[in-house]
Design a protein around this ligand. Structure first.
Ligand SMILES: C[S@@+](CC[C@H](N)C(=O)[O-])C[C@H]1O[C@@H](n2cnc3c(N)ncnc32)[C@H](O)[C@@H]1O
Length: 150
């Protein structure tokens, strides 16, 4: 349960500020702009920087929906940054359903097929990771809800 007295802060990272700017009017209208620290950068170096800043275990939640080929690298860092009991959600883990039948669509472009193979590898890896409990929600493009247990 959320403690209403606790200050909630969000770190949002994106190398394309225009995507954040699309949401910004709504964030402002909701009066929560001051709670969001937008960092204009690729995510991976920022996660490394947060670890250097000794932010281990200081995040309750992380949502990952960026460059798919780095999901494994994000997981390595987030398993340190998110506290035990915290939750990480990974988007697009079903990659249009192609993970269930990677050879099913011969017209799939090579770059999309590469992401299919990366998604399969990532899904296997996270399923074998004893530090987390996971559940795949087959909504949208598939979300893996991942709770850090150790
Ligand atoms: C699918 S969109 C995310 C949309 C958003 N999560 C939503 O549901 O509306 C992917 C985003 O990842 C960003 N992105 C791409 N490469 C990235 C990286 N290396 N680090 C962080 N964000 C990245 C893109 O600029 C884009 O805004």
């Amino acid at each position: 349960m959320i403690n209403p007295k606790r200050t909630i802060e969000i770190t949002a990272i994106d190398p394309k500020a225009e995507w954040y700017e699309i949401g910004l009017p709504f964030i402002k209208r909701a009066g929560v702009e001051h709670k969001i620290d937008f960092i204009h950068s690729p995510a991976l170096p920022v996660l490394d920087y947060l670890l250097l800043q000794e932010k281990e275990g200081s995040f309750d939640f992380a949502f990952v929906d960026a460059d798919k080929h780095n999901y494994g690298n994000y997981h390595d860092r987030l398993m340190k940054l998110v506290k035990v009991g915290g939750v990480i959600i990974y988007d697009n883990v079903l990659w249009g359903g192609t993970v269930a039948n990677p050879d099913g669509d011969i017209n799939l472009p090579a770059d999309k097929k590469m992401i299919t193979m990366m998604a399969i590898e990532f899904n296997r890896r996270i399923a074998d990771d004893e530090r987390v409990e996971i559940c795949v929600a087959p909504v949208g493009d598939g979300l893996t809800i991942c709770r850090r247990v150790s």
